[in-house]
Ligand binder design. Sequence first.
Ligand code: GLP
Length: 291
Amino acid sequence: MEVVIRPNADAATDLVARIIARELRDNPRLVMGLATGRTMESVYARLVQMHREEGLDFSACRTFNLDEYVGLSSNHANSYRHYMNHHLFLQVNIDLQNTHLPDGMAADLVAECANYERLIAENGGIDLQLLGIGQNGHLGFNEPLSALRSRTRVKILSPVTRAQNVPLFPRPELVPHRAITMGVGSILDCRRCILLATGEEKAAIVAKAVEGPITSMISATALQLHPECTLILDEAAGSQLKESDYYHWVFENQPEWEPFRAVSSPIAKNGIQAERQLEKQPVEAMSDVLE
Ligand code: GLP
């Protein structure tokens, strides 16, 4: 696992979008695993901007979303299919036939889950999985006690998760009670995982996910088992990490991050000055800067 802490949410978002764009340019047939939630909205906005301004090409890529509510049809305003169409799919040159979400209206939900796993496998598995994190540490809708080897299945949403999603629904009682979600094991099978978390309200759960023990009570801790996983945070979401100096050190010195250290984002604001200052420092002086 690697942890990258950027000065603000815009810079963290921009880094995630640039990683996705690079993978997509390297492999136009990339199989992307996608996530929903408020945090992801700005990532998709940035990708749409890259498509319009830089010609980022989605025409050959394939996507699989982590989850979908049970009981909401694809054209329901609160379904994740609607969210994805609105924030990304209908704004870029993706072939909708290549975009996949579980069908929360399927008559046979068990068969639908098995079918989703089969479809991912038929497409060669997920190359790059984008992840957010719930207040209780869930990935997708892998609520507390989700087996670390679980596959796509139906989960009951916890009270914490339903409360977290209330602002997205017209009325609290309309938040569904169940969802189909890729399992923790399905996520661990993805070749690369990128988790984005921003804001102080995620700080405590991020610290547990990164520096706490692996436990099925917090599915994000399972990412410690993943061979290629990066958590990208803003300062606020990283504020309860004990070893943040070390994470900064790795980001500044790891050669693979070289193309990503410079800030290119037109949406990065406050972060620009801080990052430029860091970039000017010789490696030997970095520990002083970071203290
Ligand atoms: C939902 C999704 C998760 C996502 C979470 C975070 O629960 N199922 O995949 O990580 O929301 O949401 P937000 O970004 O709004 O905090």
